[in-house]
Design a protein around this ligand. Sequence first.
Ligand SMILES: C[S@@+](CC[C@H](N)C(=O)[O-])C[C@H]1O[C@@H](n2cnc3c(N)ncnc32)[C@H](O)[C@@H]1O
Length: 390
Amino acid sequence: MGVHEPVKLREKGAVKAPKRLRKSHKDDRQLHLPLSQILDGDCVEAMRSLPTDSVDLIFADPPYNLQLGGDLNRPDGSQVDAVTDHWDQFDSFQIYDKFTRDWLTEARRVLKPDGGLWVIGSYHNIYRVGAILQDLGFWILNDIVWRKTNPMPNFKGTRFTNAHETLLWCSQGEKSRYHFNYRAMKTLNDELQMRSDWVLPICSGGERLKEGGTKVHPTQKPESLLYRVLLATTDKGDVVLDPFFGTGTTGAVAKRLGREWIGCERESIYRDAALKRIAKELPLDESAIETMQSKKAAPRVAFGALVENGMIKPGTKVFDKKRRWTATVRADGSLSLDSDPKKMGSIHGLGKDLQDAPSCNGWTFWHFEDGSEIKLVDAVRQLYLLSIED
Ligand SMILES: C[S@@+](CC[C@H](N)C(=O)[O-])C[C@H]1O[C@@H](n2cnc3c(N)ncnc32)[C@H](O)[C@@H]1O
């Protein structure tokens, strides 16, 4: 168990500092955190030892309360490795609900106001977990369906093959500025928006930890799942807490991706296996960890800056895709309409007025001729951004 006294960093009703300021507190708070450690014992107690508002992301793979009774055999008579461990057993739904409320309450306190929470579960528990986390004030952003490419069959042939699990991705509240690497996800998915159904295999092969041919943990999660979760919702250096660490899949992937990690795990056999596993993991090279930035995350550029430094010359003719309107770029970066020069404005404002629309993204509305090519003015902005990158 850790020895850190809870530190109250957020007063009720205090004014939220702007994001950049809050980020700069990160290092101070990290000093109070047991980074790269697995806290022994019950996770509720363990989380009580962590400072308030101190971690960027929580990934939780809690007991599912599978309620499995008796042995399960395959048609050939061999026994199925089912999850019958004591840590997955609760005497009633009420007891499971109390346990869920307790750990989610601590998780909420430890999580930064703009942090993210992921909980994975199956039909056995996820609806109960979902209701409780909503009652506590968390805001569900997505329910991701992890569709297993190689699920365990329904050996008795009495139900459908249970081929998926559900991950709830939540923010602290409806208004929280949670973190999402939208662009990186789109790139990972061959330039298509990443969807909420993820098709990934279960953990098997060399990745599956075994001792003497037996699985170390009955529910070890695939690294590909954590890879996607961490790449989507954290940045390099962020602190990820996993209250049900098991064999440390979260820690291993976090270390690989240059994220900090903290785990809680009650069973020493899993803690030992996790520590050994993570020690072998090598962080990726700094340059390999970088991901595509979304335009929102990129620095803001004024159209005038491109005119000012000659990337778009005053006098350039710009036009919309269908060439309904042509305008001339003026020295201050404003546009005036060729057919009616009294109509003028910024690239966004004039585009909006001409279309009689509530708003217009001028970067993707106006085009220009570059030799024989027609380009969006946004292409020049991207060149400008590259030129100012250090
Ligand atoms: C579903 S498993 C997590 C498996 C893990 N994601 C992995 O990939 O290895 C849940 C883990 O939580 C641990 N656990 C259950 N209740 C706990 C509690 N109250 N405090 C700390 N750990 C607990 C169990 O020992 C088990 O290893």
